[in-house]
Design a protein around this ligand. Structure first.
Ligand code: ADP
Length: 274
């Protein structure tokens, strides 16, 4: 009898504890949601003025004869700053939307060949690698079908390839490889670049995080590319990891579930973004 009463009391305490914790967290969750909404709204609202500035600057750049040399330099600086702000707001908007509870957009999810997608990206970046005298290779083990949003997956892998190109000095090597493993597709993008210090590895997927040595290699980065890559991998039921050695290179691995017709229906219920 006594045992049962003690268990009942403990149960009650646990339930009230849970209820109180939930209640206490409500305002925190509410402000978190408001912050997300603010980021999404602010990024969205900034797009209009930025487009207007860009259009005006483009007109000025197309008529250099109207300006003195020193003014042309200033116009070029405004143009590149506008470009950078446009990227930043686009990236912030993308991340804010990805965090908000998106509506299921089943129509955007297709069965797609990951090898073809990577092959297209390889063609796309080949000349950039050539320009830096970087050995650029791509290895596949046959057709690998996954289910997802083609544009988002292209963005995920473009971000990783672009980083590899940005942080690998002249005459380095970048390798893209795709293998199938335990019902998953595993894509590795490795480089022989500047690498990331081991104590920084836990932060690489954080927003706005940039290693100190990255700043000298790339002025225009926003520090949002990897956060976006991670958000896309997760929304596809996958994950992204990194291993790296300072001064030797980095390897980013993305694991995505393979397409299986019987699971396709449940996958379409995952959220996506417009
Ligand atoms: P960005 O490249 O715009 O700075 P990212 O989110 O894409 O932002 O990357 C965050 C940081 O991670 C970079 O600033 C850089 O310090 C580091 N990083 C990412 N990819 C690599 C890489 N392949 N090699 C070395 N450092 C990298």
């Amino acid at each position: 009898q006594l045992g049962i009463s003690i268990i009942a009391v403990l149960g009650l305490i646990a339930i009230s504890g849970l209820w109180l914790t939930k209640k206490a967290l409500e305002p925190v969750m509410q402000s978190f949601k408001q912050l997300q909404q603010f980021t999404a709204d602010a990024s969205h609202e900034l797009r209009g003025p930025l487009t207007a500035i860009k259009a005006s600057v483009d007109v000025m750049r197309n008529h250099p004869e109207r300006f003195e040399q020193k003014d042309a330099k200033k116009i070029a600086a405004i143009s590149s700053a506008t470009e950078q702000m446009t990227h930043l707001t686009q990236d912030l908007l993308f991340l804010a939307r990805s965090e908000a509870k998106g509506k299921p957009t089943a129509s955007e999810w297709h069965c797609l060949a990951l090898d073809t997608l990577l092959d297209d990206l390889y063609d796309w970046f080949e000349s950039a690698a050539e320009a830096k005298d970087i050995e650029f290779n791509c290895y596949f083990s046959g057709t690998t079908k996954i289910r997802g949003d083609q544009a988002q997956l292209s963005r995920l892998f473009s971000n990783l390839i672009e980083n590899a190109l940005n942080y690998t000095p002249q005459a380095g090597k970048i390798t893209i490889s795709l293998v199938q493993q335990n019902q998953s597709a595993k894509v590795s993008i490795s480089d022989t670049g500047i690498g990331i210090p081991s104590d920084s590895l836990p932060f690489v997927f954080d927003r706005f995080w940039r290693a100190d040595q990255a700043r000298s290699h790339r002025q225009g980065g926003t520090g949002l590319g990897l956060a976006i890559a991670q958000a896309i991998a997760r929304s596809h039921g996958g994950q992204i990891t990194v291993s790296s050695k300072l001064g030797q290179g980095s390897c980013f691995q993305v694991i995505l579930p393979l397409y299986r017709p019987e699971t396709a229906k449940s996958m379409t219920q995952w959220s996506s973004w417009k």
